[in-house]
Design a protein around this ligand. Structure first.
Ligand code: NAP
Length: 479
């Protein structure tokens, strides 16, 4: 069914079995059936991967930035040529609808193109010290060996968003993909090798013992950087582990995005934006709108129109033509969504559409809109990570900002209003790393992506994304 897809570890430019010989199954979320068995990397494999990355490091750091950029550019070309087969692979192992998977391949490939262009922009500075006594020369150097840990929800894009800037900066990497979706990461490794990344520059280590494997690598003093995308819960554990060797960290963690609609908004645009912000990737996105705050005078109209649009979506296997919403990735995810919805309904919410898990195989959950959600419901506190839109009403700007900020997360927020001054004022007041102002999509490889509060540390994409993989070296010079 899968054709030629690598299933071994990728270490030092070679496909190798796990030293234990163990393998683990990757499941098809549409059926629960086994798609493939992948080599299960252990601690000794992790150290072999760090050995390979450390050995390749000096030569890669010394490779001309233009040449590094050309490898990334070639990887963009290969991904673009093979977009259809990569999308199918993503859809098979993650479950997302093919249309979302195709969108992901384009987005993921663009990180390679963007960082191919950024590779030549690791510029430094030269200044005269305020005292006039010396010059301040600042150059940029690659951080060194990087451990990259990625989630299952965007198996290609979360990998390229890290590998792109790391390679552009002259770093070498060990990627530990999510164990639900290792096949896409292995396909990325093959593409980078074909694009000319020398042996050891990119290593990929699928593993079912992620905790042990990552912690073993963080104990190795050759590892100088950890870039993690995943839950805040695991992020906290890794920040603590990184403290032992004072490892440089970038953290892209959970979100709880507010989607604020003022009564003066263009309601058609707000509904379009809501569909994208909620339903891109079937709701399995850290940027997914998690709490809808709608000004009371338009809330009824907004809720009925959103419910009609959500009810009309076609749910089915991701790879089937015409599917708009695929299954969720696994049983735990669908069980969590179901329990959050049931909690809200028990506390008095009403399901305008959806609201209960269907019978039958696969990890499906129907597009759901809830109104009358109690303010203290867990569904407004936790990441839903599924196709559910809880709606809460508000009156006035002050209440909207207070509700939006009532969370420990701060990744992204969406604001819809016809008054630009209000839009900018509210965008400034909301505690989030990113705001979509009259827009339901913020992700762009050329823009700095990241969160404040417990949504993370650092930025990916844009020029900031490159700087995360560079150290500034200051040389005080007399001449
Ligand atoms: P997760 O459970 O935190 O897992 C993320 C990665 O960490 C996976 O590769 C996982 O491996 C690994 N991992 C799990 N426990 C670990 C441990 N103790 N030590 C080291 N590594 C460990 O998150 P997820 O469920 O895959 O992804 C969903 C989360 O990612 C959501 O919270 C979402 O908001 C967040 N996310 C954030 C962004 C962003 O840019 N801010 C983007 C996408 C997703 P296994 O698969 O083997 O468990």
């Amino acid at each position: 069914m899968l054709g030629v897809v690598e299933t071994e570890l990728f270490i030092g430019g070679k496909w190798v079995p796990a030293s234990s010989g163990n393998r683990f199954d990757v499941l098809d979320p549409a059926t629960g059936d086994v798609l493939a068995a992948v080599a299960d990397g252990g601690e000794s494999d992790a150290i072999a991967a760090v050995d390979a990355a450390a050995e390749a490091g000096p030569a890669w750091a010394a490779t001309a930035p233009r040449v590094r950029g050309e490898v990334l550019r070639k990887a963009w070309e290969l991904m673009t040529e093979r977009a259809d087969e990569l999308a199918k692979l993503i859809s098979l192992e993650n479950g997302k609808a093919l249309v979302d998977a195709k969108g992901e391949v384009t987005y993921a490939a663009e990180f390679f193109r963007w960082f191919a262009e950024e590779a030549v922009r690791g510029e430094g500075t030269l200044a005269t010290a305020p005292s006039g006594a010396n010059r301040i020369l600042v150059t940029r150097q690659p951080v060194g060996v990087c451990v990259l840990v990625t989630p299952w929800n965007f198996p290609a894009a979360m990998a390229t968003r890290k590998i792109g800037p790391a390679l552009a900066a002259g770093c070498t990497v060990v990627l530990k993909p999510a164990s639900d979706t290792p096949l896409t990461a292995l396909a990325m490794a093959a593409i980078l090798a074909e694009a000319g990344a020398p042996s050891g520059v990119v290593n990929v280590l699928p593993s079912r013992s992620s905790g042990k494997v990552v912690s073993r690598m963080l104990q190795d003093p050759r590892v100088r950087k950890l870039s993690f995308t995943g839950s805040t819960e695991v992020g906290r554990i890794l920040l603590a582990q990184a403290a032992d060797n004072v490892v440089n960290t970038s953290m892209e963690l959970g979100g709880n995005a507010p989607f604020v609609v003022f009564a003066d908004a263009d309601l058609d645009a707000a509904i379009e934006g809501a569909m994208i912000a909620k339903m891109r990737n079937g709701g399995e996105a850290c940027t997914a709108a998690n709490r809808f705050f709608v000004e009371a005078s338009v809330a009824g109209d907004f809720a009925s129109r959103l419910a009609a649009r959500m009810a009309a979506l076609k749910v089915g296997p991701g790879v089937e033509e015409g599917t708009q919403v695929g299954p969720l990735v696994n049983e735990d995810t669908v069980a969590k969504v179901d329990s959050l919805v049931r909690g809200a309904l028990d506390a008095g919410a009403k399901a305008e559409t959806g609201g209960s898990r269907p019978e039958g195989p696969g990890f499906y959950y129907p597009p759901t809109v809830l109104t009358g959600v109690a303010p203290d419901s867990p569904i407004l506190r936790e990441e839903i990570f599924g196709p559910v839109a809880p709606i809460v009403t508000f009156t006035g700007e002050e209440e909207a900002v207070r509700l939006a900020n009532d969370t420990e997360f701060g990744l992204v927020a969406y604001v819809y209003t016809g008054d630009l001054a209000r839009g900018l004022r509210v965008s400034e007041a909301i505690e989030a790393g990113m705001v979509g102002l009259n827009r339901g999509l913020v992700s762009d490889p050329a823009a700095p992506f990241g969160g404040v509060k417990q949504s993370g540390i650092g930025r990916e994409g844009g020029h900031e994304g490159l700087l995360e993989y560079l150290e500034s070296k200051y040389i005080a010079v007399n001449w």
